[in-house]
Design a binder for this molecule. Structure first.
Ligand code: MN
Length: 151
């Protein structure tokens, strides 16, 4: 069983994510206001953070960066969930410090698999140092990256 903090402003998604995680034996806790997310994470000590990207007040991207900079939280795996997958989004999300990215509407199977991988640390090969992608801002996906077909 893992403690999983969900940061999501949409009540239906919170219910869906919490139900899915609880069905897999995990202990979910949800925060709807991203301004409270860091404090909630410090007191809950999650094994994984799942965050929406489109959030009022503090965006998911900013929240990922704040977690990565936080002394207590910097090593917690982060899974981003987003309704948009505009060009370059995945690169931006990974560069901010998230290990995984799932598009909404979520595939229940993919969601559960990604959670398992992050909790097991199986995905370590894909956990990039954010610094290594620091140059993503000026252009599209690099060689070998996904996307770039929608011109
Ligand atoms: Mn949202």
């Amino acid at each position: 069983m893992a403690k999983i903090l969900i940061v999501e402003d949409n009540a239906l998604n919170i219910k869906l994510f919490c139900d899915l995680l609880a069905a897999h034996g995990h202990q979910p806790e949800a925060v709807t206001d991203s301004r409270n997310a860091i404090d909630a994470a410090r007191s809950f000590s999650p094994d994984l953070v799942i965050t929406d990207i489109q959030l009022p007040h503090v965006s998911g991207l900013d929240l990922i960066r704040l977690i990565r900079k936080d002394e207590e939280l910097s090593s917690v795996p982060i899974m981003a969930v987003t309704a948009y997958s505009a060009r370059g989004d995945e690169e931006r999300i990974r560069a901010a410090g998230a290990q995984a990215y799932v598009s909404k509407p979520i595939s229940v199977v993919r969601f559960a698999e990604t959670v398992d991988e992050l909790l097991k640390g199986d995905d370590a090969a894909e956990i990039d140092n954010p610094e290594s992608q620091a140059n993503e801002a000026d252009d599209g996906p690099g060689p070998g990256e996904t996307g770039g077909e929608e011109d």
